[in-house]
Ligand binder design. Structure first.
Ligand SMILES: *[C@@H]1O[C@H](CO)[C@@H](O)[C@H](O)[C@H]1NC(C)=O
Ligand SMILES: *[C@@H]1O[C@H](CO)[C@@H](O)[C@H](O)[C@H]1NC(C)=O
Ligand SMILES: *[C@@H]1O[C@H](CO)[C@@H](O)[C@H](O)[C@H]1NC(C)=O
Ligand SMILES: [Ca+2]
Ligand SMILES: [Ca+2]
Ligand SMILES: [Ca+2]
Length: 839
């Protein structure tokens, strides 16, 4: 074959016999091609180039193949294994806790010797073994914690893993042959260490909890400097025998991505994958404390960081508590009561089993309502419930449950709680109650799923049962829309782009024809008219969501960069993408972020601490909380003009009657970070109309600038072109104050509301102007008033950043279900706000 000529001239390589892949590897250039090249004399240059290319390709291929067959086999992977060895032939001495003691060294040497012998006698391991290091001992009789290191050829990794998984059994089989001075071992576990745990710069601490004393520990540098890069720090925590450890993170603020920086807590002194209690990153709000409790008298805390982006870190307290206080379960009698998972609201401990037996009076039945239920494990498919679970009548529950209610057929119920050895969670809180089987919900509505809800919630358009059974078989009221499927929904959900009926019948009256699509202003235009560079909608919305952000002719609807160019993107400000050539859309974005990760804790209307850091409580001196406001800079607040109108008794328009509380969570409880400030001046909108509430907005200047912090932070102000479309969910917050009457809640409340179609709102309410927007409640109680006059309507936008969409104004501004709330449309006042405040 011709191809061999090329080979001979270009290459000195002779493939090893038996390497079949070699031959097939070079057949891509057929021999016939080279014959053609030889014939065509004038194109000799071309032929030479082709030959050179061929040779180059061939040498690269050859190189790869040589590497593949020769070196790859030899390429070693460094692997670490963590192990525990239960030594039965020794008794624990205090000196074993001190790795500098001669006793520690002597026993460690014995363990290391024994491991070496064991590995040397195991064919799959002997050649790759590097060393073992004993890091700690604990009671029981003596447990040794060690790390074994191996240099394993890549293709042998699995074999080494499985040999080590079996090594414990091997050791036990060999016990009879041991010399008398050798250690007797009851159990041995050896497992690969998470590769991330092998990062550099090790540091370690050994801490023993003292009886009745709370110790403390923190990440290196805390609180003065961020934690260092490329760090791997270990804290080995011990308690006295008979005690368990409680680790309580007071502050916890790491990078948000656990693949970069993370904390791991083990129910062991070694980093065994089978004993991980938790892996955490991000920031935890003080209202969701992170408290872990071990199952034995040891615990290992590891901090692992990567090479950039450092955060403050953590501070934690540790203490020992009696193991008995971990006991759980029991007999519950009486016709109502509560019980919780062990340690609640701290995380439950691993490897626990608890049983509660509830018995109520004969002829009654039992109903258990879980007010909190958080039993998730990373990487575990929900609903398999093979790890941690609650079991009632052979039915298992796990994961996160929002509205779990379970009833019995008899007057008894048995609830079993089980946690396995790895990954713990917050657990559950439950209430139980006896009920008359013939009347399970006295003076309440009985949902199909056994929940009981107030009769007032029946047929009100909201799914309160969780299974919609409170909304079936209703006669629609005048303020309700009759869906085709016979559900009744509040009329204000019509034509907002959200399918509330379920069969879309609430959206049909305003749907576009099939070849059309809807503009933001509601007009239907042909789909072809979108992104054709012509404003067919009249509000530019057909040109604002095209694939490429381009510069367009400015209209009153287009976003204008500082350099006066207009771009066709919707809401480009602070979305994390530089859209303007001069980057001005991303220039002033120190706003609208929150210090804490969004909470997983579901249900309830209480805000988390720091969840709404722009929320202000405006107090009238001497009479307390009166209105809400929003922080927009370190000097300025936005509130409602109607809050600052004089009445016969109080001169609300005077700055001196007010004081602003920022960073406040609960009324009457000033936190460490709460700031109280006097007001220098109040500027209500000059066109505020006391009768129609038109232009209901006012600015307040603080007496002196406030120091911004994690709990006091400005919300972003939208440009005049910013769009908050009908159907979008936004949030209102407050303590429930209307200017007329005091507040309803101590802790800051939050409620999700949804923006209502302008046309629809105008048809339902009178005197709605273009400077107002309407929103209806999505979640929240019936009678509770959430949100304050003057408080923020916060909208979560691109990148999780929050913008001030509105100011709570009138109607049922404090968010009740039956009526839309009316809000001052902040986009209308962007120019005015800048003019006065410079923000
Ligand atoms: C933390 O513990 C150390 C001793 O371990 C002690 O000196 C220090 O005062 C403690 N700090 C606090 C805030 O408890
Ligand atoms: C629980 O039972 C006690 C009497 O046993 C009663 O006074 C109390 O009101 C009950 N609580 C609830 C929530 O039903
Ligand atoms: C708002 O509702 C009207 C009908 O009341 C409808 O014509 C219009 O398209 C709706 N607007 C949007 C943006 O859906
Ligand atoms: Ca309802
Ligand atoms: Ca709708
Ligand atoms: Ca942008």
């Amino acid at each position: 074959m011709n191809k061999m000529d090329y080979l001979d001239s270009g290459m000195r390589y002779n493939p090893k016999s038996g390497d079949d892949s070699w031959d097939t590897g070079v057949q891509f250039l057929p021999a016939s091609n080279s014959k053609k090249l030889e014939k065509k004399g004038p194109k000799k240059a071309l032929a030479i180039v082709a030959v050179l290319v061929f040779i180059t390709v061939l040498s690269v291929m050859t190189g790869l193949l040589v590497w593949h067959f020769h070196f790859r086999k030899e390429m070693k992977v460094f692997k670490m294994y963590a192990g525990t060895m239960h030594i039965t032939s020794e008794t624990f001495q205090d000196a074993y806790e001190d790795s500098a003691s001669p006793e520690f060294s002597a026993l460690a040497a014995k363990v290391q010797d024994q491991l070496k012998t064991l590995y040397s006698n195991t064919p799959q391991l002997a050649r790759y073994y590097v060393r073992s290091t004993v890091n700690a001992f604990s009671e029981g009789s003596v447990i040794a914690y060690y790390i074994s290191e191996f240099d394993v050829p890549a293709n042998q990794e699995a074999a080494v893993d499985s040999a080590l998984a079996e090594i414990g059994k091997r050791l036990l089989r060999g016990q009879r042959k041991l010399a008398p001075e050798q250690l007797r071992v009851g159990e041995m576990v050896t497992l690969p260490v998470d590769p991330r745990m092998a990062r550099n710069n090790k540091c370690s601490y050994n801490l023993h909890a003292k009886p009745g004393v709370t110790g403390n520990l923190s990440s290196p540098g805390f609180p003065n400097s961020p934690y260092p890069t490329d760090t791997h720090c270990l804290w080995r925590l011990r308690a006295d025998p008979g005690y368990v450890l409680k680790l309580n993170f007071i502050t916890f603020s790491l990078e948000d991505d656990c693949s970069k920086d993370f904390v791991r807590v083990y129910d062991s002194l070694g980093p065994l994958e089978t004993r991980v209690l938790a892996e955490k990153c991000g920031t935890f709000s003080p209202s969701q404390p992170l408290v872990l409790i071990s199952s034995g008298n040891v615990m290992l805390l590891a901090l692992v960081t990567d090479d950039n982006r450092n955060f403050p870190g953590f501070k934690a307290e540790y203490s020992q508590i009696l193991k008995d206080s971990n006991a759980c379960g029991g007999q519950l009698t009486g016709n109502n009561g509560t019980f919780t998972s062990p340690n609640y609201p701290a995380f439950y401990s691993p490897s626990m089993d608890c049983t509660w037996k509830i018995q109520v009076a004969a002829r009654l039945s039992v109903k258990v309502t879980f007010t909190k239920f958080l039993m998730s494990e990373p990487g575990v498919k929900l609903k398999s419930c093979t790890k941690d679970y609650v079991e009632i009548n052979t039915q298992r529950y796990c994961g996160d449950e929002k509205m779990l209610v379970v009833s019995s057929q008899t007057n008894e119920m048995t609830i079993r709680f089980h946690s396995d050895a790895t990954y713990v969670d917050r657990g559950f809180a439950a209430q139980y109650k006896a009920f008359e089987p013939s009347n399970p919900c006295p003076s309440q509505f009985h949902c199909a799923n056994d929940r009981c809800v107030s009769e007032k919630l029946r047929c009100d358009g909201w799914n309160d049962c969780g299974d919609s059974s409170d909304e079936l078989a209703c006669t629609c009221k005048t303020d309700q829309f009759a869906c085709k499927n016979s559900l009744c929904k509040p009329k204000f959900w019509v034509c907002d782009g959200v399918n509330d009926c379920g069969d879309n019948s609430d959206e049909e009256p305003c749907a576009c024809k099939s070849d059309q699509a809807k503009c933001r202003n509601g007009k239907c235009i042909s789909k072809k008219m979108f992104c054709d560079r012509r404003d067919d909608c009249g509000d530019g919305s057909d040109e604002s969501e095209c694939d490429n952000t381009v510069v367009i002719d400015c209209t009153e609807f287009s976003y204008k960069c500082k350099n006066n160019q207009c771009i066709n993107k919707k809401n480009p400000e602070c979305d994390g993408v530089e859209d303007c050539a001069d980057r001005s859309d991303e220039a002033a974005c120190n706003c609208g972020t929150r210090p804490y990760k969004h909470s997983r804790i579901v249900g309830g209307q209480n805000a988390e601490e720091g969840e709404w850091p722009w929320q202000v409580s405006l107090h009238v001196k001497g009479s307390g909380h009166t209105c809400g406001a929003s922080v927009i800079s370190n000097r300025w607040l936005v509130t409602a003009a109607h809050c600052v109108q004089d009445d016969l008794k109080v001169k609300y328009s005077q700055a001196s009657v007010w004081e602003a509380y920022m960073g406040l969570h609960a009324q009457g409880q000033l936190g460490k970070s709460t700031v109280k400030s006097n007001i220098k001046r109040i500027i209500p909108h000059p066109n505020y109309n006391t009768y129609t509430f038109d232009n209901d907005i006012a600015l307040m200047e603080l007496e002196s600038p406030v120091t911004l912090s994690s709990v006091i932070w400005p919300i972003c102000l939208p440009e005049s072109t910013f769009v908050f479309p009908a159907g979008k969910s936004v949030w209102i917050t407050g303590w429930g104050a209307t200017k007329e009457g005091g507040f309803g809640a101590t802790v800051l409340q939050k409620a999700e509301v949804r923006i209502i179609n302008e046309t629809v709102c105008s048809s339902l309410m009178s005197d709605i102007t273009s400077r107002m927007m309407c929103a209806g409640v999505l979640t929240g109680g019936v009678d509770a008033c959430q949100g304050d006059s003057g408080g923020p309507l916060s909208s979560i936008e691109a990148n999780g950043r929050l913008f001030l969409a509105g100011v709570v104004s009138w109607g049922d501004g404090c968010a009740r279900r039956n009526k839309p709330g009316v809000y001052t449309r902040v986009t209308m006042y962007r120019g005015w706000i800048t003019e006065i405040t410079g923000v």
